[in-house]
Design a protein around this ligand. Structure first.
Ligand code: GLN
Length: 204
């Protein structure tokens, strides 16, 4: 399985470590590519778009021409997990013209809404598809103000969606890479993916 981690800016290595943990636990032969330039996305089975600073990430994606490649990846039905600033960049309406949105997730967000209230906090979240609560770390998190009818809400916090899915796109307003718990990476990128079937060697 070939995983691309968008690495123009943000917390890339923690996500790569989380993906590696899932791959090792499932015995899936996995290659991780950090993507900073155009021409690499097409080879990836799944993508991850980390948190960081959404205006910077979206500008760099456009400058490098990676934005169109991510859109093509999603249009062909391949999974992507977008976290925090990644969710903002994915949103149809980030309500900030400095964010050059990829418009692949029908949500409206307030970029720094949680941040203005509380800079960062951790909360146990019930997430659809996971048996036990997930320790979600929020850092200057975006608030999802509204979701379109094709968007499934996977988790709420204080009556606001904080994890959503629309087709191959899963997005969280928190940082699933900041704990040792990799279930969200597994849910979004590995579960049900043909390339994530166990390699024959792992069964021996
Ligand atoms: N609110 C930040 C932004 O607008 C995102 C914060 C984060 O990714 N931790 O980019």
């Amino acid at each position: 399985m070939h995983v691309g981690v968008i690495a123009v800016q943000g917390d890339v290595s923690e996500h790569a470590a989380a993906i590696r943990r899932v791959a090792d636990a499932r015995g899936v032969d996995t290659e991780i590519t950090k993507i900073r330039e155009a021409g690499l996305v097409d080879d990836c089975d799944v993508l991850l778009m980390p948190g960081g600073e959404s205006t910077t990430i979206s500008r760099l994606l456009a400058d490098e021409g990676i934005d169109e490649e991510i859109n093509a990846h999603v249009e062909s039905g391949k999974p992507i997990l977008a976290t925090c600033a990644g969710l903002i960049v994915a949103a149809r309406d980030p309500q900030d013209e400095r964010v050059q949105s990829l418009d692949m997730l029908d949500i409206t967000v307030d970029r720094n809404a949680f941040g203005r209230q509380r800079d960062s906090f951790e909360a146990p979240l019930d997430i659809a598809g996971l048996d036990e609560p997930f320790p979600a770390v929020f850092i200057r998190a975006p608030l999802v103000e509204s979701v379109g009818e094709d968007v499934a809400v996977l988790a709420d916090w204080e009556d606001s969606p904080v994890a959503v899915r629309q087709g191959p796109v899963v997005a969280t307003s928190f940082h699933p890479e900041l704990t040792e718990d990799s279930r969200l990476h597994e849910l979004a990128l590995f579960d049900g993916h043909p390339a994530a079937a166990e390699t024959p060697e792992a069964n021996q």
